[in-house]
Design a protein around this ligand. Structure first.
Ligand SMILES: [Fe+2]
Length: 210
């Protein structure tokens, strides 16, 4: 058979990387002692602050977020538009808990940093894959799905990882089976500044308020 190429055309830009940044004991201690909101019986408790990077000094992590955000916008999305952080938070998930499927609204993309993750994967889900959506047919697939016909993708995450996912992408987590709580720092980003073109009658200037 001749060499061929399969092109993942019109795909969703899910970004997953490992960073060298692992919080040292002192910094992790500071993170775990922030003010928390929510009942411990909930799927997870979140920081009382939804402006985490403004309210707490985690400048190294903030600059890592900016570095990966810039790469994602420049190299992956290939956009000239500006994107600013709108809200940021910390979520803590204890043993046996998991996040049900959800998306992040009022948000173009989110960055998630795994401050401590001994167990539990991020699972991207969709009601139907691209092929099914396009033809609206109930195709019969082989047992093992591939990137083109799957309806879920498991992102195996660990401490120090960063994931960037578009806000419309539905996702969930598998249960934390570790005795150690799982901590993530998340941030949402929205377009800021000029977008569109006057001649196309799409011109806007987006100003984000605090
Ligand atoms: Fe989420």
């Amino acid at each position: 058979m001749n060499q061929n190429s399969i092109i993942p055309l019109f795909s969703t830009p899910l970004y997953h990387t490992h960073t060298d940044y692992i919080m040292d004991t002192k910094e992790f201690d500071r993170l775990s002692k922030i003010e928390w909101y929510g009942d411990p019986k909930d799927v997870s408790v979140v920081s009382n602050s939804q402006r985490f990077f403004d309210d707490y000094e985690f400048d190294t992590l903030k600059s890592i977020f900016t570095k990966h955000k810039d790469f994602y916008v420049d190299e992956v999305l290939g956009m000239k538009n500006g994107f600013d952080m709108t809200q940021s938070w910390v979520a803590k998930t204890s043993k046996g808990k998991s996040h049900p499927p959800h998306d992040h609204k009022n948000n173009i993309f989110s960055i998630v940093y795994y401050a401590r993750c001994e167990s539990g994967d991020l699972v991207i889900t969709t009601r139907d894959n691209f092929i099914g959506q396009k033809w609206n047919l109930d195709f019969n697939y082989k047992t093992i799905r591939n990137i083109f016909n799957c309806t879920s993708y498991t992102c195996k995450v660990k401490t120090g990882d960063i994931v960037i996912l578009p806000g419309h992408v539905e996702h969930m987590t598998t249960p934390n089976e570790s005795d150690f709580d799982r901590y993530i720092v998340g941030a949402n980003y929205f377009i800021s500044g000029p977008i569109g073109e006057e001649k196309k009658v799409t011109k806007m200037n987006v100003k984000l308020n605090g």
